[in-house]
Design a protein around this ligand. Structure first.
Ligand code: GLN
Length: 309
């Protein structure tokens, strides 16, 4: 066993100790059907070697991790100035589906990694970029041609999206969403319903770690400046209101979703994908978070080093 394989095996054993303390998301009813004990981690290195432990081939919905893809496409399509004209780039410190600050503190969404921000991003794209375009692009950047929309999750969320609908109409009332509110919301929900695996997330992580280049062909999938913005926002805002502590403990730009996924990017070295649908109170995979903390130490992944002199 090499050191990565061994570290993944150990990480899995550590992560499994925590899953009983978490719960699957249930506010989207279909998500509550997941096996709360499922757990897996996949690493794809810059030399495109793949390492996996646990449930890395199970499909689950990407949920908030799609915010990374939608942001990248919006930056490519509209440019930095336009994207951040109506949206900030600050951590909100509030739950991902909160609308409190949007109404009381600032008229702009705090960042593109929370629901208000991602619905705004979907609104930028909605008239010009179709869901089919986004699906095709998601397959390319995740190195996974098998990605499809999970229709059951889509229907389930569509029928239980009162809060996101409230956010969308609040955005409209503030002049942030200027197009068709229902179509923008629908695009957001479709993107959240993409079925991925821990392997697909490791693939996306590797593309981001590689500055936007396909790791095998060298083809450019995302502009380098777009990748830089996306990774920075993942570091500061990607783990919701747990982003600060996560950055200290793990030190790797990451994005989680309530389907149980975590996408992590280790600059120039590897992409990491995680599946573990038991979530902590903030909505992050509880086993996944502990696996990443272990891997960060075992493999020296923290972006600011080991902390030793
Ligand atoms: N689709 C989910 C929602 O809008 C995504 C949230 C998440 O993964 N944190 O609530």
């Amino acid at each position: 066993m090499n050191s990565i394989e061994q570290a993944l095996t150990e990480a899995l054993a550590i992560g499994r100790q925590y899953v009983d303390q978490g719960e699957c998301a249930s506010y989207i009813p279909e998500l509550s059907r997941a096996d709360k004990h499922a757990l897996g981690v996949c690493v794809m290195t810059a030399s495109t070697d793949r390492y996996a432990a646990g449930d890395t081939k199970t499909r689950f919905s990407i949920q908030s991790i799609s915010k990374v893809i939608t942001l990248a496409v919006a930056l490519q399509h509209c440019g930095f100035e336009k994207v951040f004209e109506k949206m900030n780039m600050e951590p909100s410190g509030d739950p991902f589906n909160s609308l409190v600050k949007l109404d009381l503190t600032d008229d702009k969404p705090f960042n593109p990694m929370i629901n208000a921000g991602a619905i705004t991003t979907a609104g930028y794209l909605e008239p010009d970029v179709s869901f089919e375009d986004l699906l095709a692009y998601s397959r390319r950047v995740c190195l996974d041609e098998g990605i499809e929309i999970d229709e059951r999750v889509y229907e389930s969320e569509k029928n239980h999206c009162a809060r996101n609908r409230a956010i969308a109409y609040l955005l409209q009332s503030k002049g942030i969403l200027t197009g068709d509110v229902e179509k923008s919301l629908d695009l957001y929900i479709r993107m959240c319903s993409l079925g991925v695996t821990a392997e697909s997330l490791a693939g996306l992580g590797l593309v981001l770690a590689n500055g936007g280049l396909h790791p095998q062909t060298g083809n450019r999938l995302m502009d380098a400046d777009v990748v830089r913005v996306v990774k920075t926002i993942m570091l500061t805002c990607g783990m919701y209101d747990e982003s600060g502590e996560f950055a200290v403990r793990v030190g790797v730009p990451s994005k989680s979703g309530v389907g149980g996924g975590i996408l992590s990017v280790v600059e120039k070295r590897m992409g990491i994908g995680i599946y573990g649908p038991a979530l902590d109170k903030k909505g992050n995979s509880i086993g996944g978070r502990h696996m990443l903390e272990y891997l960060s130490q075992a493999l020296g992944l923290h972006m600011f080093g080991t902390g030793e002199a």
